[in-house]
Design a protein around this ligand. Sequence first.
Ligand code: SF4
Ligand code: SF4
Ligand code: SF4
Length: 168
Amino acid sequence: MPVDQSRRSLLFGRKPAVKTAPIFRPPWAIEQFTEQCTRCGECLSACPSQIIVAGDGGFPEIDFSRGECTFCGECRDACQPKALSLIAEMAWAQHIEIASDCMAQQGVDCRVCGEMCDAKAIHFQLSLGRVAQPIIESDLCTGCGACVAPCPSAAIKMVQRQAQTMEA
Ligand code: SF4
Ligand code: SF4
Ligand code: SF4
């Protein structure tokens, strides 16, 4: 009988690997964010896009399935304890990746993400025998998330930048 992964872990004393989704804090979050944030919720009410939600432990997180960040700065202005602050020079350091679930990669003509991107960070490349494929220009991506929710195959994921190169 095959031994499943969790049983195998028990037998050999290893904990099963737990996959955790990355957490995206509101823009201009300082490095010691959870030390400074009082979980007052003011940034949630201030955000006109309503993309800030109370996450683990009540600390605010961005939920890009609800919409995009316009970098209006309302959340930052509402944050009295300065957990969101211009001390953090960049709004954040993140950009998108497109997984293979992408409709275009599956052979279906789709350009929704490119149409949503004001920063022109996604262009479509024609190639022989395939529908046009989305190409991300990471340097242009502001991490606003406007392309995330409209993607019909939920193929767009936000990821943290390795090197902090973005200015916003
Ligand atoms: S900058 Fe504006 S749109 Fe972006 S999370 Fe803050 S309040 Fe919302
Ligand atoms: S306004 Fe500032 S202190 Fe209050 S929950 Fe938002 S980030 Fe935390
Ligand atoms: S996150 Fe914003 S800037 Fe980046 S590709 Fe999507 S729409 Fe364009």
